[in-house]
Structure formats: structure tokens, C-alpha cells
Design a protein around this ligand. Structure first.
Ligand SMILES: CC(=O)SCCNC(=O)CCNC(=O)[C@H](O)C(C)(C)COP(=O)(O)OP(=O)(O)OC[C@H]1O[C@@H](n2cnc3c(N)ncnc32)[C@H](O)[C@@H]1OP(=O)(O)O
Ligand SMILES: O=C(O)CCC(=O)C(=O)O
Length: 381
């Protein structure tokens, strides 16, 4: 049976950590509502420690999407916890580094002190009526034995989940599976994987984490996030579905709209070739592909675009063949015209750097037909 995989969207927290990105409150609410409409069950809404405006924004976001579990991201400290309480959230992600490097450098503490802090702060949060997830920063550069101790401690205290963060994005799918598998086999708590895309592997690593036993995955819309960003929600949701690896409950047809909302709010347009939601990812130009797709669409597509509320497009350009031209014109181009027509198309495409508009294509054909009709000589290309 396909396992249930819970996507925890952190566009409003890690997504907004992308350099230069700052959402207005209205944009944050619009993003939260679009996530909720797409069926995302959980969002990380922000970081209360950033100040009173952030606290009040998190409170407003939580109220605007009551059907979604809204978490506030906190450092594992009483101070951050108190601010989360002011935001009125029902759940917190309490973050503590797992690696010796970050414990020592950032906090000047060792593993024992980290465990002592967990034992001190987690019960406070639970007493305040909040569900607690532990955010394990830098898990990918940590000793798995320590991670398992943290997992056992967190579970015994009553936390509901441990997040394993590949904070600097250094895992690959094999090392991810090793780490997540080791922790999942030993840890009596749900595991969330939080990937970063520094090596372009966030989606692959997240899939490997699911295969190894993670039941929750952090994502952001369009992969927006710190440095190279996070695992893109749209990629994970579709890949889990398409590869039968997990049932997420996401309405895949809502993904393009969600991407538009986040692209606009972040000031970062969706790249044309972005998997799932990019303008061109279901558009075909190459003659060999178009010729086959016109016979049977699955010859050259990973997924039916209708799955994500989209459709195919065929455009005419430098790489078009006779089948594509006949499709675009509604009739076959006479053999005598074909080489010259293609030469003209190639020249125009190189000049304009865009597909040939249908009107331009028809005009080219008319022009060539006129030349044939008016001259017994070979047609000028
Ligand atoms: C891997 C990640 O994505 S972690 C999340 C990163 N998110 C952010 O940074 C959110 C935006 N940040 C901010 O607005 C600010 O950094 C604030 C409001 C959180 C803190 O601001 P400041 O108090 O001025 O601290 P500053 O940013 O200089 O340094 C961060 C502090 O947090 C501490 N800290 C970092 N992680 C933790 C942790 N898990 N638990 C406790 N303390 C922590 C650091 O040690 C440092 O403390 P110090 O000032 O005593 O050295
Ligand atoms: O500690 C966490 O919750 C994870 C923080 C994070 O975004 C990261 O480590 O990349």
C-alpha cells in the first residue's frame, strides 16, 4: 500500500529566508490560503523571535487557515517559546543543532547540554498546550548515535516528531537513505526530512528519505529558501504520486496557481523550464518528439499534464519537422516547399529567440506559394 506522506510547507519561514525575499502580510495570507486550498496539511508560518510584527503575522496566518496545522519556528529556548505562545499557535518547531560543530560554534555547548536543554524546554512547551516537533539542525553532519539519543529523549518527553535537516545540503540520495534509515530503525518518533538544494539534490534526497522511512517532508513552493533553496513542493507532491511512493493528499491541479502566487510575492518569476509548473515543460518543438506525440502522447512525456491542471502545447521553431508543420497549419506542407520553409523558420527563430507565431507561419507559407505560382524558377530560400 502507498504510505501517507505529510508535506510540511515552510515557504513562509525557510522560503522567506531566500536573499531579498520579504512577503507582506497580505502576500503571506494569500500564500497560506493557496497552500490550504491545495490540501497542504501543515505550514511553518514564521519565526516569532523576529519581533512583534512577525508574532502578529503568524497569529493572523494561523487564524486565516484553521484547517492547517500552523507551526512557529523557534530556537529551543524559553524566550522564543514565550513569543510563539503570544502568536497563539498550537504547535512549535523547536530547533537545536545536532552536530558537534554547530553546538560548539553557535551555542558553545556539548551534546549533554543539548539534551539537558531539550529536557528543560520541551515540557514547558507541552505545558503551554503546544504540540512539539524538534528541529534537528545540521543532522547530515552529525553522529547518528547522538541523533538517536535526541529522538529517544524527544519521544519520551512527548514530542511528536524529529526533523532531520540537511542544513547545508551536502547529502546525496544514498547518504540520505543511510542516515534516515538508521534513525528510523532506532527512533520511536516520526521523522521529517528537511533537504536543501545546494547540490541540486533536495528532491532526490527527500524521495530517498521517504523510501528510508521518513513520514514527513519539508518543502517550499518553487524550492524557495535559504541559498539554493529547499525541496520544491510541486516536485515532491508530483514525484511521490507519479512514482507511487507516497500519498500526500495534495490537489496537484492547484500547483500551478500556487507557484504563481509565490512567484509574484517573492519577486522571482517561475523559470520557463521549472519542473511541473514552468511555462515550457509541457511544450514541444523538436520534430521527432512532436511527430511521435501526435501519434501517442506518452512517447515523450513523464506525466499527463492534465494531472497538474495543464495541457500540451506544440510550437514551431528551429527544430520543427513536417508533422509539426502539418499540425500547426491544419494541412501538410507540399514537399516542394518544405526545405525552403524550414530554412526561413530557422533563420527567424535564431533572430527572434522565440517560437514562430501561427500568423507568421501562415504568411511564410503564402509567400512561398506565391513565389511558386509566379515563377517557374527554383524558389529563393
Ligand atoms: C538553518 C536555519 O534556517 S535556522 C533559521 C534561520 N532563521 C533566521 O535567522 C530568521 C531570521 N533571524 C532573525 O531575524 C534574527 O537572527 C533573530 C531575531 C532570530 C535573532 O537576532 P539577534 O538576537 O540579533 O541574534 P543574531 O541574529 O545576531 O544571532 C543569532 C543568535 O541565535 C542563537 N541561536 C542560533 N540557533 C540557536 C538555537 N537553535 N538555540 C538557541 N540559540 C540559537 C545564536 O547563537 C545567536 O546567539 P548570540 O547572539 O548569543 O550569539
Ligand atoms: O532546525 C530546524 O528546524 C531546521 C532549520 C533549517 O531550516 C535547516 O536546518 O535547514
Amino acid at each position: 500500500m502507498t504510505p501517507r506522506i505529510h508535506l510540511n510547507d515552510t515557504t513562509l519561514r525557510d522560503g522567506e529566508q531566500a536573499p531579498g525575499v520579504a512577503f507582506t502580510l497580505a502576500e503571506r495570507i494569500a500564500i497560506a490560503e493557496a497552500l490550504a486550498a491545495a490540501g497542504v496539511p501543515e505550514i511553518e508560518a514564521g519565526t516569532p523571535a523576529m519581533g512583534p510584527d512577525e508574532v502578529s503575522a503568524i497569529a493572523t496566518i494561523a487564524r486565516s487557515v484553521p484547517q492547517v496545522r500552523t507551526l512557529a519556528w523557534c530556537r529551543l529556548s524559553e524566550k522564543d517559546l514565550a513569543l510563539a505562545a503570544r502568536a497563539g499557535v498550537r504547535a512549535v518547531n523547536l530547533s537545536i543543532p545536532l552536530s558537534d560543530r554547530l553546538l560548539a560554534t553557535k551555542l558553545g555547548i556539548d551534546r549533554e547540554e543539548a539534551l539537558a536543554r531539550i529536557k528543560r524546554v520541551v515540557p514547558r512547551a507541552l505545558d503551554m498546550g503546544m504540540d512539539v516537533a524538534i528541529g534537528g539542525e545540521d543532522a547530515s553532519r552529525s553522529d547518528p548515535e547522538h541523533i538517536v539519543r535526541v529522538a529517544e529523549t524527544a519521544a519520551a518527553l512527548g514530542a511528536f516528531r524529529l526533523r532531520l535537516a540537511d542544513t547545508v545540503g551536502v547529502l546525496d540520495p544514498f547518504s540520505t537513505a543511510d542516515l534516515v534509515g538508521t534513525v528510523c530503525r532506532a527512533a520511536p518518533i516520526a521523522i521529517e526530512f528537511h533537504g536543501h538544494d545546494d547540490l541540486g539534490l533536495a528532491t532526490a534526497n527527500s524521495l530517498a528519505a521517504v523510501r528510508a522511512g521518513a513520514t514527513h517532508v519539508s518543502v517550499t513552493v518553487l524550492g524557495l529558501g535559504e541559498r539554493a533553496g529547499n525541496a520544491p513542493l510541486e516536485e515532491l507532491a508530483v514525484a511521490l504520486d507519479r512514482l507511487s511512493q507516497g500519498e500526500t493528499g495534495i490537489d496537484l491541479a492547484r500547483l500551478p496557481r500556487l507557484a504563481e502566487v509565490v512567484a509574484r510575492a517573492s519577486g522571482r518569476p517561475v523559470p520557463e523550464g521549472k519542473a511541473i509548473v514552468g511555462r515550457d515543460v509541457f511544450t514541444h518543438e523538436s520534430g521527432i518528439h512532436v511527430s511521435a506525440i501526435l501519434k501517442e502522447p506518452e512517447t515523450y512525456q513523464a506525466l499527463d499534464p492534465a494531472l497538474v491542471g495543464r495541457g500540451h502545447a506544440i510550437v514551431i521553431g528551429k527544430h520543427s519537422g513536417a508533422a509539426a508543420l502539418a499540425h500547426a497549419l491544419g494541412e501538410a506542407v507540399p514537399d516542394a516547399l518544405l526545405p525552403t520553409l524550414r530554412a526561413r523558420i530557422i533563420r527567424q527563430a535564431a533572430r527572434t529567440k522565440r517560437p514562430i507565431a501561427p500568423g507568421d507561419l501562415r504568411a511564410m507559407v503564402r509567400d512561398l506559394e506565391d513565389q511558386i505560382a509566379g515563377s517557374p524558377l527554383p524558389i529563393a530560400s
